[in-house]
Design a protein around this ligand. Structure first.
Ligand code: ZN
Length: 173
């Protein structure tokens, strides 16, 4: 693992230059080197702040220059821009564990999460040959049901008419 002192980023040992600034002045990270842990919003920063303070993790916060409004416009209102959180290299693993503990993934996962959401729309399942056969079956069944119902109504009406006729003939009013 290499370290870019300029960006305070950890770089894969395979890479010969910093992924962020392109600097080749990389060195082994020392235990006190500040390392960018993640960039996150103010809500997460508040949680991180308290959990790190509870666990004695020394950290540095820095406004993420990207997309933060000018401070003049901001006035005394709370800052809602993104913040970079740095921890000492020796605390990096502990810090990441703490982040996982409070449900904040590390920088890489956070990027994935905030990016385009996972595709939830599944493509319409292809219609199986069975389903059209089934539909045909049900069409036949419902047609037969309809005929049965009509027949039933007719038969019932017929029965009723006969019963009434019988009643009136027997009653002999
Ligand atoms: Zn760099």
């Amino acid at each position: 693992m290499l370290y870019c002192p300029k960006c305070q980023l950890l770089i894969d040992s395979d890479a010969d230059r910093c992924a962020a600034c392109g600097s080749k002045k990389l060195r082994e990270p020392g235990p006190d080197d500040p390392v960018l842990l993640l960039t996150t919003d103010e809500t997460n920063t508040t949680m991180i702040r308290s959990v790190f303070q509870e666990n004695g993790i020394v950290f540095v916060e820095q406004d993420s220059g990207f997309g933060s409004p000018p401070s003049i416009l901001l006035g005394s209102r709370p800052f809602y821009g993104n913040r970079n959180i740095f921890v000492a290299f020796r605390d990096l693993d502990t810090a990441k564990e703490l982040l996982n503990g409070i449900g904040i993934a590390d920088a890489q996962d956070a990027k994935l999460e905030s990016g385009s959401p996972a595709p939830e729309e599944e493509p319409e399942p292809e219609e199986e040959p069975m389903s059209s056969r089934k539909r045909f079956f049900w069409r036949i069944v419902s047609a037969m049901m309809f005929i049965l119902i009509v027949w039933g109504v007719v038969a019932a009406a017929d029965f009723l008419a006969n019963a009434l006729k019988a009643f009136f003939t027997k009653g002999g009013f």
